[in-house]
Design a protein. Structure first.
Length: 194
């Protein structure tokens, strides 16, 4: 039986909900949801995306989490890791977003982050970091890891994108960056970093 082609217009797809409730240490920020994530209803839903394997192999969590909405809610509730995007509208590619929509999304996101005030803003890839910082009038990423500039007192941490399209970084390298993020969170919790 032939497969039904995906609809040409993705307008019927619902945006992914924010997970910004509770005491959050870390909020991961994407540019906007992928079509696969919007269809599945949770972040990093593409089965080839390495977010979940890297997360589970890292010290950011102390339990195995299966990809899904329940695990996203558990990350926010038990592990203090929230999720949001600059723009909530799903598109096939982030380049499909007009600048005006990105600018408006950055203003909305600014208010959300100021309300929650996590210790760390986590960007999986330099693109979401650089897009948001440029829209807020700040500098691009200086490299991987913790960034020298803070935004409204919140630290920014940039890890390589776990997308299957980013084969330049191995799963072990992703795990290493997630472990560095976990170490930063631990240092902030015990007050050993200013």
């Amino acid at each position: 039986m032939p497969k039904t082609p995906p609809p040409a217009d993705n307008a019927e797809l619902q945006p992914l909900p924010d997970f910004l409730e509770g005491a959050l240490d870390i909020v991961t920020i994407g540019v906007n949801p992928s079509i696969a994530s919007a269809r599945a209803g949770f972040y990093y839903a593409n089965p080839r995306n390495r977010f979940w394997p890297a997360l589970n192999a890292s010290t950011l969590v102390d339990e195995e989490l299966a990809p899904g909405i329940d695990s996203i809610a558990r990350l926010a509730g038990r592990h203090g890791i929230g999720f949001t995007d600059i723009v909530k509208r799903p598109t096939p590619m982030e380049k499909d977003l007009p600048v005006a929509e990105l600018r408006a999304g950055a203003e909305i996101l600014r208010d959300k982050l100021l309300a929650v005030r996590p210790a760390i803003l986590w960007f999986n890839g330099k693109t979401p970091h650089d897009r948001l910082m440029r829209l807020l009038g700040l500098e691009k990423a200086a490299g991987w890891g913790e960034q020298p500039q803070r935004w409204e007192g919140m630290r920014c941490f940039v890890a390589p994108n776990p997308s299957p399209a980013n084969a330049a970084f191995s799963l072990d390298e992703l795990v290493g960056w997630y472990d560095r993020l976990a170490a930063l969170r631990a240092a902030l919790r015990d007050g050993s970093t200013a």
